[in-house]
Design a protein. Structure first.
Ligand SMILES: [Zn+2]
Length: 258
């Protein structure tokens, strides 16, 4: 089993929730006052039986009009059409927009041979919420496809992959474990999207339940250290994967090379 980051780029986001590409080499943060700056890393994991994509990014194209996600998968030597499972932590647009592609003005599934694993409560909330973080025109495509698998609570996708309801970032956010051949990958989605969130204990206002997210990070950090997990960080500005050590009662994150 092996995991790869499919780094999609860095972006600024203002109150309109629009993600604008941000190139630290050329662009100046001062020109985007009131924005937050984030990196986006979907992950690809090859297991014995599946090619797994974890969260799908913004679905952005490069200068040549090619999908960044597709190009990154190809660079690793895989065909995007080989993806057999798509695991979704939640459905905010920066995680879910890459579930579909647009061709001649029409949207279709980006990974037509994959099962898409989505939390049922998150799915329902995406449709009932007024939040501009959700793009239901994307979810409509998945709903019509027959590839949608709704899951609830904690459970198993197969012998390697399991999900846990977390509920801090959104009420029905879920996290994933992939365990095979003595390796354990953990994907905490937006509960723990940057490694530093564990070190600077804080409750964030962009979370549905910031205290819960903070408590979860603490718990995941303890388990990661005890069980040797490799943690995957979707919004990391540095290394996208890391292991956790506890030294003199303090957490330490050791970057893991791909
Ligand atoms: Zn996010």
């Amino acid at each position: 089993m092996k995991a790869y980051s499919l780094y999609e780029g860095s972006y600024s986001v203002d109150s309109s929730k629009k993600f604008v590409p941000f190139d630290p080499e050329k662009d100046d943060k001062k020109d985007r006052k009131g924005s937050i700056f984030i990196h986006v890393h979907p992950f690809l994991i090859q297991t014995d039986s599946d090619l797994v994509l974890i969260d799908t990014g913004l679905g952005y194209k490069n200068d040549k009009g090619q999908y960044v996600l597709y190009e990154n998968i190809k660079k690793l030597g895989f065909d995007p059409q080989e993806v057999s499972l798509v695991l979704m932590s939640h459905l905010h647009q920066d995680h879910a927009s890459g579930m579909v592609i647009e061709q001649d003005g029409r949207l279709s599934l980006a990974f037509p041979d994959a099962d898409y694993i989505v939390s049922r409560g998150e799915w329902e909330n995406a449709y009932s919420s007024q939040s501009s973080s959700y793009r239901t025109e994307i979810l409509d495509v998945l709903q019509r496809s027959g590839n949608l698998i709704l899951v609830e609570g904690d459970g198993e996708v197969n012998g390697t992959i399991s999900y846990e309801h977390s509920g801090g970032h959104t009420p029905y956010h879920q996290v994933f474990h992939l365990v095979e051949d003595g390796k354990h990958y953990f994907y905490g989605g937006d509960e723990w999207a940057e490694p530093e969130q564990l070190l600077r204990k804080f409750s964030a206002k962009y979370d549905y339940d910031g205290r819960k997210a903070m408590t979860l990070r603490e718990e995941y950090g303890q388990r990661a250290a005890a069980e040797g997990w490799t943690c995957l960080f979707y919004h990391s500005t540095g290394a996208a994967m890391g292991k956790v050590e506890i030294k003199d009662g303090a957490f330490k994150i050791i970057p893991v090379e791909e």
